[in-house]
Ligand binder design. Structure first.
Ligand code: NAD
Length: 485
């Protein structure tokens, strides 16, 4: 399979690779070099309508295919992702700017895990029965929703794209999927893999384009009955306003401003190593990264000194070099946004303890978009820097003296996606976890993911849960059948 042609990306509709009907394209830019390396379709409602027709044709047979048939095809997709690990990882890094180490070790392996997980999951998916003693038996059917839309962001491109598509397909739906226009490459390559794996034509349709023209056409199409969206809170709000009056099923995984609560009695070395990762992995562009580090006052000075020392070791450089610990941020627009956020932090009275500037990386990356890992202290808990999502390599430090104070700082955000708690006191850890307003709490760890667990946020971080049975339930409609006996 040739997975090296990056230049001319096409839509994948009804099993065919197609140019957009409008012949409009968007430049695809490598953020590590700042150079254009290809073009992607800027599709619109006409392409979406074409894809919906293909999905309608495919649905009658796919929706009644046996779980074993779906398992075999999805499992084959997982195998082909594994077999093409190197090509996919290089594509992800070229598109996104993340280090090749991260693409190779995390992003692409997780994409195949997603397919493998839901391929096997559908073989074990069962439904309930409710018996009314001597009157009746109820049983619940779980039927595919129909044609569903999956829209994903740029930060973990193939990882999050497959996290939606795999359960949707496993449950027997036909899918219209749109990756981020900023990172379209691996989803284009995935289309080739799906074709080779024998996924029937029209079951998965991948359309490329931006939010206003293409994403919004998916959300508004009346035949698309459910929308699974991961992205910004702003776009999520807009999507909800369009989809809710049409009574579409909605799963919204949105932004975050996650707190890391560090108590004095933590396992110091483990906490330090993990907090460096949870702050700056993928240049801070993971929705689960902790961006507000909340430290018990008695250990604050020690924490600050050592944290700065450790973060200094995160070499910013060409993402394809194994020595680079930090790659480029995803785009020029995002690069400028991050630098503006750092300026705002200064205006709000923040003291830059480390970083705060862009980085010029010599050689082929001289025009790339690189930002120093940045640590800021001295800001109030409710300033914009501490309230608004930056989604870059920027963290703030705050202190607390009591458990109540730590919780108040953690919970004063409009977001509620994830958090970490660092303490060796098991009762305190559980007490705090119980009171944090977030969908996910990691105690003495971070990003340890069991794909069976519910994944999602509260407040402005979204609605609904992905993962495990939650995902298969989202992509199916329950129907109760009552039989009088
Ligand atoms: P974004 O909202 O700009 O775009 C996400 C996707 O939605 C893209 O494919 C985009 O083209 C599309 N889109 C944009 N506007 C749309 C509209 N009006 N209608 C339909 N589709 C539209 O987000 P982004 O900048 O790509 O990603 C970063 C954001 O994603 C951050 O806020 C981050 O926290 C969030 N995120 C959340 C999670 C999570 O699981 N909660 C995971 C990863 C990223």
């Amino acid at each position: 399979m040739n997975l090296t042609n990056f230049e001319h990306i096409q839509n994948y509709i009804g099993g065919e690779f197609k140019d957009p009907i409008s012949k409009q394209y968007i430049d695809n830019i490598n953020p590590a070099t700042g150079s254009i390396f290809g073009q992607i379709p800027n599709s619109n409602s006409e392409d979406v309508a074409d894809a919906v027709k293909a999905a309608q044709n495919a649905f009658p047979s796919w929706s009644v295919s046996t779980p074993e048939t779906r398992f075999k095809i999805l499992n084959r997709i997982a195998e082909l992702i594994d077999e093409n690990l190197d090509a996919l990882a290089l594509a992800e890094t070229t598109d996104n700017g993340k280090t090749l180490t991260l693409s190779t070790r995390v992003d692409i392996p997780r994409a195949s895990s997603n397919f493998r997980f839901f391929a096997t999951g559908i073989m074990h998916f069962s439904t309930e029965s409710h018996v009314m003693e001597d009157k009746a038996i109820n049983y619940t059917m779980r039927q595919p929703v129909g044609i569903v839309g999956c829209i994903s962001p740029w930060n973990l491109p193939l990882y999050l794209f497959t996290w939606k598509i795999a359960p949707a397909l496993a449950a027997g739906n036909c899918v219209i999927a749109k990756p981020s226009e900023v990172t379209p490459l691996t989803s284009f390559l995935l289309a080739k893999i799906c074709k080779e794996a024998g996924l029937p034509d029209g079951v998965l349709n991948i359309i490329h384009g931006d939010g206003p023209n293409c994403g919004s056409a998916i959300v508004a199409h009346p035949q698309i009955k459910a929308i699974s969206f991961t992205g910004s809170t702003r776009a999520g709000q807009h999507i909800a306003s369009v989809a809710a009056p049409m009574f579409k099923k909605l799963s919204l995984e949105l932004g975050g401003k996650n707190p890391n609560i560090i108590f004095a009695d933590c396992d110091w070395e483990k906490m330090m190593k993990t907090t460096v990762q949870s702050s700056f992995a993928n240049q801070g562009q993971i929705c689960l990264c902790g961006s507000r580090i909340i430290v018990e006052k008695s250990i604050y000075e020690r924490f600050k000194t050592e944290f700065i020392e450790q973060v200094k070791k995160l070499t910013v450089g060409d993402p394809i070099e194994m020595s680079s610990k930090q790659g480029a941020v995803v785009s020029k627009v995002h690069f400028e946004k991050i630098l503006n956020c750092i300026e705002l932090a200064k205006q709000e009275g923040g003291k830059i303890l480390l970083g705060g500037n862009s980085v010029k990386v010599e050689g082929r990356c001289i025009n790339g978009y690189f930002v120093e890992p940045t640590i800021i202290e001295g800001l109030s808990s409710n300033c914009r820097t501490n309230m608004e999502e930056i989604f870059g390599p920027v963290v703030t430090l705050q202190t607390f003296e009591t458990e109540e104070e730590a919780l108040a700082l953690a919970n004063c955000s409009d977001y509620g996606l994830a958090s970490t708690v660092w303490t060796q006191n098991i009762s305190k850890a559980n007490r705090v976890a119980m009171q944090i307003n977030a969908g996910i709490v990691w105690i003495n760890c971070w990003l340890l993911r069991d794909l069976r667990t519910p994944f999602g946020g509260v407040k402005n971080s979204g609605v609904g849960r992905e993962g495990g049975w939650d995902a298969l339930r989202f992509f199916t409609e329950p129907k109760n059948v009552c039989v009088e006996i």
